[in-house]
Design a protein. Structure first.
Length: 247
């Protein structure tokens, strides 16, 4: 009888240990994998060794629960950008395109900016825009289709932000080079932003203004990301000075 009691006690003890182990495992898992209902910041996600960070612009972080968390950009915080002490020191460029007049501010480091700027010495023999350079186009007539680059096989949209510019609805897009495959364009890891678009819409949600910026092929990721950040701040200063009645 005593022997049977001893066996029962051992089985009970093993059961307690097993239950404790299972409970401890699930507790540990809950600490490793955030609840999808729990808010998670970019910094918290990026510090998690089990999360995956994609080096796109802006960067995205994917924790174990499958969410996609985008790294905040300057345009995502317009108030911070417009209140920055540095932006008050920026230079102003004004222009006219068709029936519109506009102005925007740009960083002093761009020098005598006339819609193009090179951070590094451009290649004088190059047929295309040199690495480390940007070239801007302002279009207000005969705008291209918004899907021009969305349907291209050699670029892919990596960032799109809805915002307000000069009181109008606007959309900012950033593209990177892509590998052409049978399934469509495929993002090339480590590539830099190569195209920047800022679409501005009238009250009928029809685009009437496009700020298009080409970033030189081969520009390193750090420099290209800096360009996009500066352009995001530039966008917060853009003003449409002459409004026609269709707006």
């Amino acid at each position: 009888m005593n022997r049977n009691r001893g066996n029962v006690a051992i089985l009970i003890l093993l059961g307690i240990v097993l239950i404790s182990g299972v409970a401890g495992y699930f507790w540990w898992q809950s600490k490793q994998t955030p609840n999808s209902k729990t808010p998670l910041t970019w910094d918290e996600c990026a510090k998690n060794p089990q999360a995956k960070v994609q080096l796109t612009y802006p960067e995205t972080c994917t924790p174990l629960d499958g969410r996609s968390i985008t790294r905040p950009t300057k345009m995502m915080n317009d108030q911070q950008a417009s209140s920055s002490g540095e932006i008050t020191k920026w230079k102003t460029l004004s222009g006219d395109r068709g029936n519109l007049s506009y102005s925007f501010q740009y960083p002093p480091k761009w020098g005598a900016f006339e819609y193009s700027y090179c951070k590094t010495t451009p290649n004088p023999k190059g047929r295309s825009l040199s690495a480390g350079c940007i070239e801007m186009l302002v279009i207000s007539e005969d705008l291209p289709s918004e899907d021009t680059f969305n349907t291209a096989r050699d670029v892919v949209l990596t960032s799109e932000i809805q915002t307000k510019v000069s009181g109008f609805n606007a959309k900012r897009r950033v593209y990177e080079l892509a590998e052409s495959t049978l399934e469509g364009p495929k993002l090339i890891p480590g590539e830099s932003p190569i195209l920047y678009e800022l679409w501005i819409y009238d009250s009928n949600n029809t685009p009437f203004f496009l700020l298009f910026v080409n970033i030189g092929d081969g520009t390193d990721l750090k420099t290209a990301t800096e360009f996009v950040g500066d352009l995001d701040q530039l966008a917060t200063t853009l003003k449409i000075l002459k409004k026609t009645k269709f707006l």
